[in-house]
Design a protein around this ligand. Structure first.
Ligand SMILES: [Zn+2]
Length: 271
C-alpha cells in the first residue's frame, strides 16, 4: 500500500480520475476552502488519532477536509452556532475513513446538523396486535439514508477521551454513511464485485456471531457492545475501533482488522 503520497492516489472503482472540468472545480474549491495553519494545528492537537498520521497522509486529509467543507452544509440546532473549528473537527474525523477512498462515498447527503448535547427523540413502534408503543431514545448522532447526518458537539469535541474506549461519534455515523452508499444499511459497504461482496458478508457474519456470543457472556471487548444490536451497528462500532483504538482492536479481532485494513487501504495499528 502506498503511504501518503497524493500523487500515488489510485484511480479505481470508487475513485474515478477527474476530467479537466472536475479538476478545475476541485482546484477552485481547494482555494475557496483553504484551511488556515492555526486552525489545522488546533485540530491535530485535539485528535491524537489524526495527528498520528504520517506527513503525506495529513496533507491529503487536509485537502479532503477543504473539499468536504465545500460540499457539505452545517446547521446548528438547539441554539448552537457552528464555528469554523467545529466544522473542521467534524470534517477531519469524517474524512479519516475515506482518506484513500475519496469523498465519493459521501455524495448521498449534504446537511450536517449539530446539536450542543445529546438529543431525546420520540420513537414509536407497532406490535403484532397493532398497538403503537411510544418511547424516548437518547441520541448522540444519527445518519439516515440521503438525509442529514446529526451529531452532538459535546461528543465530537471530546473524541480524544472517547478514543480510550474506542468511541467516536463522527466515525460511527460516517461508517453508516459508507455502509448506506450502496442503498442499504446492512454492514456491507459498496464493494467492487459480487465475489468481494460475498466474501465480506461471510467474514462479517462470522465475526458478528462471535462478538454477540462474547457480549452475551459478558466478555469485555474493545469494540462497543452496542454493536450486538444489529450487523450494521457492528460494522459501525468496528470501524470506530479500527480508527481510534487500532492496536487493541487488531489484537482482539485480527481477521476483522485485516478486512477493514484492506477495504480502507489503511493500517492505523502500524503507525
Ligand atoms: Zn449506529
Amino acid at each position: 500500500m502506498s503511504q501518503g503520497d497524493p500523487s500515488s492516489r489510485r484511480a479505481s472503482w470508487w475513485r474515478a480520475p477527474l476530467d479537466r472540468l472536475g479538476e478545475w472545480r476541485e482546484q477552485r474549491a481547494l482555494a475557496r476552502r483553504a484551511i488556515p495553519d492555526p486552525l489545522w494545528e488546533l485540530t491535530l492537537s485535539r485528535y491524537p488519532f489524526v495527528a498520528a498520521l504520517g506527513t503525506g497522509d495529513r496533507a491529503e486529509l487536509r485537502r479532503l477536509c477543504s473539499l468536504f467543507l465545500d460540499q457539505k452544509e452545517f446547521h446548528g440546532a438547539g441554539g448552537l452556532h457552528v464555528t469554523d473549528d467545529m466544522a473542521l473537527a467534524v470534517a477531519a474525523q469524517a474524512c479519516l475513513p475515506v482518506l484513500r477512498l475519496g469523498l465519493g462515498l459521501y455524495q448521498g447527503f449534504v446537511g450536517i446538523v449539530m446539536h450542543p448535547d445529546e438529543v431525546v427523540a420520540q420513537r414509536s413502534w407497532m406490535d403484532e396486535n397493532g398497538v403503537v408503543h411510544e418511547y424516548d431514545e437518547t441520541l448522540t448522532g444519527e445518519a439516515v439514508g440521503g438525509g442529514p447526518v446529526m451529531l452532538t458537539w459535546a461528543d465530537v469535541r471530546d473524541a480524544a477521551e472517547g478514543a480510550d474506549w474506542a468511541y467516536n461519534v463522527v466515525i460511527h455515523e460516517f461508517a453508516h454513511v459508507i455502509d448506506m452508499a450502496d442503498g442499504e444499511a446492512d454492514g456491507v459497504p459498496p464493494l467492487p464485485d459480487l465475489a468481494s461482496r460475498e466474501r465480506w458478508i461471510e467474514q462479517i457474519d462470522s465475526a458478528y456471531e462471535v462478538f454477540c456470543d462474547q457480549v452475551d457472556a459478558g466478555v469485555d471487548t474493545v469494540v462497543d457492545p452496542y454493536g450486538a444490536e444489529a450487523p450494521e451497528e457492528f460494522f459501525a462500532v468496528a470501524v470506530e475501533a479500527f480508527f481510534v483504538a487500532p492496536v487493541p482492536f487488531q489484537r482482539e479481532m485480527p481477521e476483522l482488522y485485516a478486512m477493514l485494513a484492506e477495504y480502507f487501504l489503511q493500517d492505523p495499528a502500524a503507525g
